[in-house]
Ligand binder design. Structure first.
Ligand code: PLP
Ligand code: COI
Length: 370
């Protein structure tokens, strides 16, 4: 391991500890040629500490590897943890860009607030991405529709079994080359409606990106898989009649008259992908409605032909058509459903912006490698 000079002209002075045993160029290329989501990680990671006394301190980039953790660390007992998901894209000229990182940074602050954790300043969040790309930029793949998935996360590392907000927290950033989340081409995915389990309750943590929400979704996700479905759709916990979101994606419906509808609730994660595609749809003249959406509305609208498309969206998944929704009582759509026209064209426009193939008129992109 070699210690290099900290990077200058940055808000935080990062110490750079280089990995003395990085993956060989050949092996890395093999991974980049056909990345499988979330399986192989780059050579380095960002590590920043926070303590009640010292604030944010000791920022560094270090070799990717196990994190030393006291068995009494609060995260292991009470789940005080939050995370983000964001991608880096290689453009045709070799430059490396990311998409709306300020929005991820702000959402992480909101998640931190809800989970009684310190808020990482937006600038530090963005600088952490830059520092990682400065050492691991070669890991950003260039093949069509590939990217480097970046996972910033923060957890309570104080060794203390009393139940209160931790006084010591760690922030890390790891990254992993990514291809399509569901693998293969853009085939419509099938969704299972969970009528047994709820993901989030009013006043709970559904709007925060915290591990517990995902833990709570796993049994329902297993149920979905048992019914041959890719993902699970949750209903609201109060009435059990309105759709909320999938385990790791937002849901959007498209009406015959062009209206685009998505559930609105504090218990849903405010997706940056959804916000972006709805903006693109709005600019094309589509009416956008953010409101309660009943499962009956989806069922009846599909049967009458009023609802013509449904899609899921999120950073990892991008935009994916929903082919079929299965429930214990009825099924919407068919196994051989074809992707919706608006779904595919919004998907294309978003990916074209992210991959630098069309002008970024919204100034959503930020260059990371300079
Ligand atoms: N909902 C949940 C539960 C998620 O995990 C995600 C993924 O991050 C989303 C929605 C979509 O959010 P975004 O588009 O910001 O990735
Ligand atoms: C993301 O899309 O970034 C997520 O965090 C969702 C997760 C299921 C991979």
């Amino acid at each position: 391991m070699t210690i290099e000079l900290p990077m200058a002209q940055r808000d935080m002075m990062f110490q750079i500890l280089s990995n003395s045993e990085p993956l060989s160029e050949d092996k890395r290329q093999e991974v980049l040629d056909s990345p499988v989501f979330g399986t192989v990680f780059t050579d380095h990671m960002v590590d920043i500490c926070w303590s009640e006394k010292g604030g944010w301190h000791r920022p560094r980039v270090q070799p990717y590897g196990p994190i030393p953790l006291d068995p009494a660390a609060a995260v292991l007992h009470y789940g005080q943890e939050i995370f983000e998901g964001i991608k880096a894209y290689r453009h045709d000229d070799g430059s490396i860009w990311t998409f709306r990182p300020d929005q991820n940074a702000l959402r992480m602050q909101r998640s931190a607030k809800r989970m009684a954790m310190p808020e990482l300043p937006v600038d530090y969040f963005i600088q952490a991405l830059r520092e990682l790309i400065a050492v691991d930029g070669d890991w950003v793949p260039s093949a069509a529709e590939t990217s480097l998935y970046i996972r910033p996360f923060m957890f309570a590392k104080e060794a203390f079994l009393g139940v209160r907000p931790a006084k010591k927290v760690a922030f890390y950033v790891i990254a992993s080359p990514a291809g399509p989340y569901f693998g293969g081409a853009v085939d419509p995915v099938s969704i299972w409606l969970s009528t047994t389990y709820r993901r989030a309750a009013k006043g709970g943590t559904g709007g925060a990106k915290t591990g517990g929400n995902y833990a709570a979704s796993l049994l329902a996700q297993t149920e979905a898989a048992e019914h041959g479905c890719h993902q699970v759709l949750f209903l609201d916990s109060e009435t059990g009649t309105n759709i909320e979101e999938l385990g790791g994606m937002n849901v959007v419906l498209v009406y015959k008259d062009g209206t685009v509808v998505t559930p609105k609730s504090d218990t849903i994660l405010a997706g940056i992908t959804r916000d972006s595609v709805l903006k693109l749809a709005e600019e094309r003249g589509h009416a956008i409605e953010r409101r309660d959406v009943g499962i009956d509305e989806w069922r009846e609208g599909s049967a009458s032909g009023d609802i013509v498309e449904a899609f899921a969206c999120g950073t990892a998944a991008t935009v994916v058509p929903i082919g079929q929704l299965k429930t214990p009582d009825f099924t919407i759509g068919s196994e051989d459903a074809t992707p919706g026209e608006l779904t595919m064209s919004l998907r294309k426009e978003l990916l074209d912006i992210q991959h630098g193939r069309i002008p970024d008129v919204h100034q959503w992109m930020m260059r990371l490698d300079q």
